[in-house]
Design a protein around this ligand. Sequence first.
Ligand SMILES: Nc1nc(=O)c2c([nH]1)NC[C@@H]1CN(c3ccc(C(=O)N[C@@H](CCC(=O)O)C(=O)O)cc3)CN21
Ligand SMILES: CC(C)C(=O)C(=O)O
Ligand SMILES: [Mg+2]
Length: 265
Amino acid sequence: MPTPQQLIQWKQQGRAIAVLTAWDYAIAQILDHAGVDVILVGDSLAMVALGHDTTLPLTLDEMLHHAKAVCRGVKQALVIVDLPFMSYQESPQQAIHSAGRVLKETGAGGVKLEGGHAAMAETVSKLVHIGIPVMGHVGLTPQSVRQTGFRQQGTSPEDKERILSEAIALEQAGAFSIVLEHIPADLAQTISEKLTIPTIGIGAGHHCDGQVLVTSDVLGLGTWKPKFAKSYLNLYELITQAAQDYCSEVRQNAAIQEPRQFLEP
Ligand SMILES: Nc1nc(=O)c2c([nH]1)NC[C@@H]1CN(c3ccc(C(=O)N[C@@H](CCC(=O)O)C(=O)O)cc3)CN21
Ligand SMILES: CC(C)C(=O)C(=O)O
Ligand SMILES: [Mg+2]
């Protein structure tokens, strides 16, 4: 199992970090056996597993329920859990309480939270001082969807400057890694070169130190995905075919059995 410290060493060695999301035991077990380095229990599960339109409705208790299931399926990978919207933004104390529950009640190795402004960097620093590994997340931060939509961030010079300074602040606060979501590739490259800790990109080009995708997008399981997400399989079609094959077999067998019932005394 890679430790947060090992991920920093992998960056120095130029070994790329492969991250995928999981929300239940079955998927987590397969990803772990497949050799995925880090399994993220992303709050995107609100959308891909629970059917919400955004990640905002997910509660900490719901996240703990999914994170426990994921951890039962993982033997090798490092498991990181997203802190849900409004389970950490109120105060560093609230963040400590929520991250503490994640580490106490699941087998996870750390938490991820969104944003890199001064107040969030202070929260990260307090979590790290307690001994809780923290992954940062800047660029498109879906918990701010009501402000930004799901649009690409870091397109204006001021925005680029702000996102770079947030990433630096998170590294200085002690984050062991940072997700860069939906920002231009040149900005992601600049940040990756400036930081000692590894960057994990999603829709942020090929110059990051690792990549993350939402597993339902990779598997082609959902009906909607971001334009930057690559599918390696079309599970939607495969499951449809299997379910239809099953239905016709059940109906065929029923058709064979039905006349017999009339023959029985
Ligand atoms: N299935 C799934 N995959 C994800 O990667 C993902 C989620 N869900 N849910 C949480 C966030 C939301 N993410 C998203 C969602 C949409 C776009 C996207 O396609 N943006 C378009 C349209 C933006 C708009 O609404 O105007 C773009 O052109 O940027 C990007 C990232 C990434 N995360
Ligand atoms: C896409 C990743 C980075 C995430 O935060 C999530 O799945 O919730
Ligand atoms: Mg998330």
